[in-house]
Design a protein around this ligand. Structure first.
Ligand code: AMP
Length: 365
């Protein structure tokens, strides 16, 4: 049953980063208020929200007060503890819910879920202990990548293994925690598809985009991805299939590899707005952030029509210092996140440049 939160209502946001901030801005445009819950004060999201709770994710008294002050809860960080979301769910609808989060927080559960749908990933094995790490590397072969199953992002908790690295040393180097060993994919390019799914199961997928990384952090998103129409349709179909199977409500990003022979392999899921969807703010009829608001509030999803080609460039660390030049550049759309300190590797903002819409039948295929 759809539970509509009409404009004027309050959206609770777990996590205070830039994804929450841009969601709060989209919510405000539709007449909603945002109440952000974050352990850190003066977060990028709090700066643009109507209310702020600064408390830990385990603080049940603060969580209960927060839950009673909002009409619906969503999140902008997938590592919000599952117990926090389950606790809040007793008082108020939370989208996405604890079941989805449990899967998205654990690479082993995530890959298993995707494979059970008949969707391909890199070959993988669990490595939960020294013995398993050796067996996993032997079965997958080198080169391969060992990743911590939980809490990894932007290349953290990952190590590439060649035959001269002992699996046990690799396992210890990522903290001796539950891990996954994945075959190394010699991909042609990395793509992602962002799909919105409403409470009634309606879905809307944005076109597949190409993601280029620098130092394991997303550097640029290129829209549309230079892949054949068939490959783009396959990537979009995969994202919708996963969202549907999860009975997802909100915004789901599916990161994928496209191999040199055109196969599409799922790498990772993100159950929230995604950096590779920032271009939608400037080049789509409806942004991913507005789409999230619509989905969790039970409103009809907006059009995902692309009105321009686009290149989104992240401004990482001191790259943000070029803001005066970007402001002077005609047509450059600058977004800054209100973060005081430009530490290395920190996402400070992004800039999107638009280009004429590529004709139908885009891509080399
Ligand atoms: P992840 O944290 O899983 O998103 O990985 C971060 C980045 O590492 C990806 O965007 C890829 O560039 C690279 N990577 C991850 N897994 C693999 C793999 N199995 N084969 C090749 N490259 C990978």
């Amino acid at each position: 049953m759809t539970r509509v939160v009409a404009p004027g209502g309050t959206i609770g946001m777990l996590g205070g980063g830039q994804l929450g901030r841009m969601t709060a801005l989209a919510a405000a445009r539709l007449g909603y208020k945002t109440h952000v819950y974050s352990p850190e004060a003066d977060s990028p999201c709090a700066q643009v929200s109507a209310a702020e709770t600064v408390a830990g994710y385990g603080d049940q008294a603060a969580l209960a007060r927060f839950a009673r002050s909002v009409d619906v809860v969503t999140l902008e960080w997938e590592n919000i503890p599952v117990q926090t979301v389950a606790f809040l769910s007793q008082f108020v609808p939370v989208h996405p819910g604890p079941g989805v989060l449990a899967i998205a927080q654990d690479r082993l559960l995530e890959k298993d879920f995707v494979n059970r749908l008949g969707i391909a990933t890199a070959p993988w094995r669990p490595a939960r202990c020294p013995g398993q790490s050796g067996a996993a590397v032997q079965e997958i072969g080198t080169p391969c990548i060992m990743k911590s199953a939980r809490m990894g992002y932007d290349g953290k908790g990952q190590v590439k293994l060649t035959e001269d690295i002992a699996p046990v040393d690799a396992w210890k180097s990522i903290g001796g925690v539950d891990a996954i060993v994945e075959g190394f994919v010699d991909f042609a390019l990395e793509v992602s598809v962002i799909v919105a799914r409403g409470q009634d199961g309606t879905m809307a997928a944005y076109p597949a985009v190409e993601n280029r990384h620098a130092n394991h952090i997303l550097d640029e998103t290129i829209v549309p991805a230079a892949i054949s129409n068939e490959t783009a349709a396959e990537a979009e179909r995969i994202a919708c299939r996963i969202a549907d199977a999860l009975r997802f409500v909100g915004i789901l990003a599916v990161e994928m590899f496209v191999t040199r022979d055109g196969a599409v392999l799922v790498n990772e899921l993100a159950p929230r707005p995604h950096n590779s969807g920032h271009w939608t703010m400037d080049a789509c009829a409806t942004s991913q952030f507005e789409q999230l608001v619509r989905a969790v509030c039970g409103l009809p999803l907006g059009s995902v029509e692309r009105i321009a080609d686009a290149v989104m460039k992240n401004l990482i660390g001191d790259e943000v210092d070029c803001w005066p030049a970007l402001l002077a550049e005609p047509g450059a759309r600058l977004h800054l996140y209100g973060k005081a300190e430009a530490r290395p590797g920190r996402k400070m903002g992004h800039v999107t440049r638009l280009f004429p819409l590529s004709p139908p039948g885009r891509g080399p295929g």
